[in-house]
Design a protein around this ligand. Structure first.
Ligand code: FMN
Length: 212
């Protein structure tokens, strides 16, 4: 195996100037997300979600971004999962998108709230039946005693809802992250990476450059 310390990246895919940035960070984010989709980045909407538990111990995991608007960034999950309990206790979170093919990272920090029941219902109904059943069958983040229990629960639910519309479980839905900072990072040669952070001042987005 390679010595990890000898693995070195050379970042040379592009650069980012303040003049290139849109004044609106959501427009800027959508531009970069569309470029990631166009460049066929693997799982372009996958994002690391960081939260803290009641002892302030950090935790993180990947979720999929399902909506972005002026209000913020939306993903869906089980409200009773570990992340759900953490956000219930401390309704703040950070997101980190990494598009290695473009040598880009976007970091978002913000406040968390649940999306409306209607938005969760609409998204739940747009999901494939298998995913809907999965949301019912899995007590996400709880301890599994026997693998078979999960599968038999799934089969039971499949029978129960045969030929019927599957309602959204009350413990499943969306969260909105309302951003307070959004940073765009572009890798550069000699580690002179470009970093621009949008921050809110009197409810207006401002941009500052950060040292790499
Ligand atoms: C590519 C990928 C996409 C994922 N998308 C989601 C998602 O949108 N929602 C979700 O609840 N979990 C998603 N997961 C699973 C989470 O990473 C995690 O295992 C699960 O939500 C339990 O996390 P928790 O115990 O911290 O609550 C995804 C995992 C991967 C690798």
């Amino acid at each position: 195996m390679n010595k990890l310390a000898d693995i070195r990246e050379h970042y040379q895919k592009g650069n980012l100037n303040k003049d290139d940035l849109n004044n609106d960070p959501v427009v800027q984010f959508n531009n970069w997300l569309n470029e990631a989709i166009k460049a066929e980045c693997n799982l372009p909407t996958a994002v690391t979600l960081a939260t803290v538990d009641a002892d302030l111990m950090p935790n993180c995991r990947i979720v999929l971004l399902k909506d972005v608007s002026d209000d913020g960034f939306v993903f869906f999950t089980n409200y009773e999962s570990e992340k759900g309990q953490e956000m219930n206790h401390s309704p703040k979170a950070a997101l980190n998108f990494f598009w290695p093919e473009l040598e880009r990272q976007v970091r978002i920090r913000g406040k968390i709230e649940k999306v409306s029941a209607q938005q969760s219902d609409d998204y739940f109904q747009s999901r494939p039946r298998e995913s809907q059943l999965g949301a019912w069958a899995s007590n996400q983040s709880s301890i599994v005693q026997k693998d078979d229990d999960l599968l038999s629960e799934y089969s039971k639910l499949e029978q129960h809802y045969k030929d019927q519309k599957i309602p959204r479980p009350k413990h499943w839905g969306g969260y909105l992250i309302k951003p307070v900072t959004i940073e765009f990072w572009q890798g550069r040669t000699n580690r002179m990476h470009d970093r621009f952070q949008y921050y809110l001042e009197k409810n207006e987005w401002k941009i500052r450059q950060l040292a790499p």
